[in-house]
Design a protein around this ligand. Structure first.
Ligand SMILES: [Zn+2]
Ligand SMILES: [Zn+2]
Length: 357
């Protein structure tokens, strides 16, 4: 009985962990912050339109019936349950460890170039520098994984599950294929582990970033300020230089659009700089754009979770044989004729407003 109780407690801890941890993408604190910011955003909009701010109106604006009652939202809930209570409770994600990769990098550099001299910088400066470096490495790992998922047909078959959502809500982050998540956490371990090893070697000291519950402090701030709006109906668009540095919620909503002009654009998480640098940035319009979300022909996007998860494997296998799967493909294949990027890569930057599609 004691053993069963202990297993139950372990599973409970594992399941509740992501919601209670500050640094988690789905922490209750970040969801609470998102709610407060959303209320302020809607209230400011009502005020601009000289309308009375009433609770009923605010709630209707935040949770429109067309989204709450949409079949796509119901399916997102089943993804949430599966990923949190079943898959998350049973399996550890990462195969590669951040620490192993970091130590391996330091050993390789020491073996090649010798032992470095320790930096004269004070500890807080070293930690602050490392916090920035690891955040940039996280963002680069995120961008690279996402780029490959959109460009390699085999990987797209798994990543496509995330794009089957017809409406975007904060729980759409759970609509991911386990293979996609597995690849993601391992690529992040490589990107952040390597950066940590190089930075520690260059500084000649073993340093730790500033963080909360083992998550980079800068990332924690972004998670609490605007990450949740990326999957929402609130059009918060950063433009100009800000829109080239930060990936606003509207940037990510454009990423989900079925308009071919938007395919393979805005692949970053919090920062737009990697998209800007590699020519995959599309700056959203200031006024809300009319966007449709999904990947299949109309009416075929909504799938059950088991269909979505299991169908990815034979489709991915088909891509290995060079064949094109029957449905939902053909839009993002390598070499397809895509419209020109709306924003020049960093090297050819001009500060003129971005051409809008
Ligand atoms: Zn994507
Ligand atoms: Zn998304």
């Amino acid at each position: 009985m004691d053993a069963a109780w202990s297993v139950f407690l372990q599973v409970l801890e594992r399941v509740s962990g992501p919601f209670l941890s500050f640094g988690s993408m789905v922490s209750l604190t970040s969801l609470g912050c998102a709610l407060l910011i959303a209320v302020a955003f809607v209230a400011a909009r009502l005020r601009r339109r000289r309308r009375r701010i009433r609770l009923k109106v605010v709630l209707r604006a935040l949770f429109p019936r067309r989204m709450v009652a949409h079949a796509s939202t119901g399916i997102d809930i089943s993804y949430l349950i599966f990923n949190t209570f079943i898959f998350g409770a049973m399996f550890g994600w990462a195969l590669l460890s951040f620490r192993t990769i970091s130590n391996g990098t330091i050993d390789a550099l020491t073996g090649t170039f010798g032992t470095p001299a320790a930096t004269a910088l004070p500890e807080f400066a070293v930690r602050a520098l490392l916090t920035v470096v690891l955040f940039l490495a996280y963002e680069f790992g995120y961008w690279l994984h996402h780029y490959l998922c959109h460009r390699v047909p085999f990987l797209w078959e798994f990543h496509k599950v995330h794009h089957t959502a017809n409406v975007l809500t904060p729980i759409t982050v759970f609509r991911v294929h386990p293979v996609d998540t597995w690849l993601f956490v391992n690529m992040l371990a490589i990107a952040v582990g390597t950066a940590n090893g190089v930075a520690n070697y260059a500084l000649g000291v073993t340093a730790h970033q500033y963080g909360l519950t083992e998550t980079n402090l800068i990332l924690v701030v972004f998670i609490h300020v605007y990450i949740h709006f990326q999957h929402s109906h609130l059009w918060i668009a950063f433009r100009g230089l800000t829109g080239r540095v930060l990936l606003s919620p509207a940037h990510h909503q454009v990423h989900h659009s079925t308009n071919p002009v938007h395919f393979n654009k805005n692949l970053g998480s919090c920062l737009a700089v990697w998209d800007w640098m590699f020519g995959t940035l599309h700056i959203p319009a200031k006024a809300p754009e009319r966007l449709n979300f999904g990947v299949e022909p109309a009416g075929r996007d909504v799938q059950t979770i088991s269909e979505a998860y299991l169908a990815s494997f034979p489709r991915a296998a088909q891509t290995m044989r060079g064949a094109q799967p029957e449905s939902g493909m053909g839009r993002r294949l390598p070499g397809e004729q895509l419209p020109e990027p709306a924003v020049e890569p960093l090297g050819e930057m001009s500060l003129a407003p971005a051409r809008q599609a």
